[in-house]
Design a protein around this ligand. Sequence first.
Ligand SMILES: Nc1ncnc2c1ncn2[C@@H]1O[C@H](COP(=O)(O)OP(=O)(O)O)[C@@H](O)[C@H]1O
Ligand SMILES: [Mg+2]
Length: 382
Amino acid sequence: MTRDEVLARLEGVKSPEGTPLPRTGKLSDVVVGDGKVFFSITVDAADVKAWEPVRQRAEEAVRAIPGVNSALVALTAERKAGAPSAPSVQAAPARAAPRGESLQGVPGVEAIIAVASGKGGVGKSTTAVNLALGLSALGLKVGILDADIYGPSLPKLLAIRERPQMLGGTRLKPITRYGLTVMSIGFLIDEETPMIWRGPMVISALTQMLREVEWGTLDVMVVDMPPGTGDAQLTMAQQVPLKGAVIVSTPQDLALIDARRGIAMFRRVNVPVLGVVENMSYFLCPQCGTRSDIFAHGGARREAERLGVPFLGEVPLHMTIREKSDAGLPVVATEPDGPHAAAYRDIAAKVRDQLVGAATGRAAPKIVIEAQSRHLTARRQD
Ligand SMILES: Nc1ncnc2c1ncn2[C@@H]1O[C@H](COP(=O)(O)OP(=O)(O)O)[C@@H](O)[C@H]1O
Ligand SMILES: [Mg+2]
């Protein structure tokens, strides 16, 4: 099955005006690989309703092509020139609404939290998986969403090779592993095929993974965010109804600078930072048990204190964590009695306490800035 075959099949799908889809100029690149097809349709924000049936028909048409195992067609709403630049999407509010109440949640999901890092390779995904398992060990019903579209790692970290099933033609059934409900863009897109993601496609794919997946009832959904603090990350942070964010950093200065950017980014969009995890905090020699602080241990704790965000704990750099993680056997699930699992469960307990605190109003008071006559005043909102 080739890109041209897909385009030929889409000739039979008409726009609301009756134009064959490939000739509307609204189609993104069609990405084809290993039985999977992905593309997006970009339309004016005002026309989204009229286009939704077209999106569905396009998905059905592509799915009917022999050799296609999965098809993901994203509908992306684009603002008119002159409007604020953040891309918006059908299910998300089209206006630059203030965060929070206006962001539509995911039905059945109590709290969505992000695990983020200023840069890649610091152990964000490993932390996300073990944190999710730690929350699960505390008795919570937990899901994990791999939103790291540039480098999805959940298929590997959880050794998942099967594809999600479709339910009734439109909704995806997530995969269950170690008691976690799991969804990753990596289940739909070939890991070997590099994808070129444009801003609106990112948001659209993410929105669908949040809203067109049968997540069921969850206490917490952990989202493994893409690394970095660029536009894509900022928009994601804005579009997902997040209760909070956990920042992962290694202790070196350079990583901490990136972590600081991460914290600033979430603050900018009013997502509470639940705290910082110092990963690869110190090295435990597997032979002699000697500890060495190769990356100057403690940097993340000091940085968290300086920025006034909670410090959630440290995880050592350890062979077992790397080996288990990369083999799809996360330590919290496979060595629950070991010291690493205990460290992750401690971190999970701190995160849970903060989420509970937020729900019962024990979290830090909100500061409201308002204009009174000609002065700006800040007051606590309890
Ligand atoms: N605490 C740790 N000790 C040893 N290896 C680790 C630790 N945390 C992560 N790793 C390893 O580091 C690599 C990068 O981790 P990963 O979680 O994929 O990072 P990211 O998602 O930030 O890119 C992986 O090979 C992983 O197994
Ligand atoms: Mg990762």
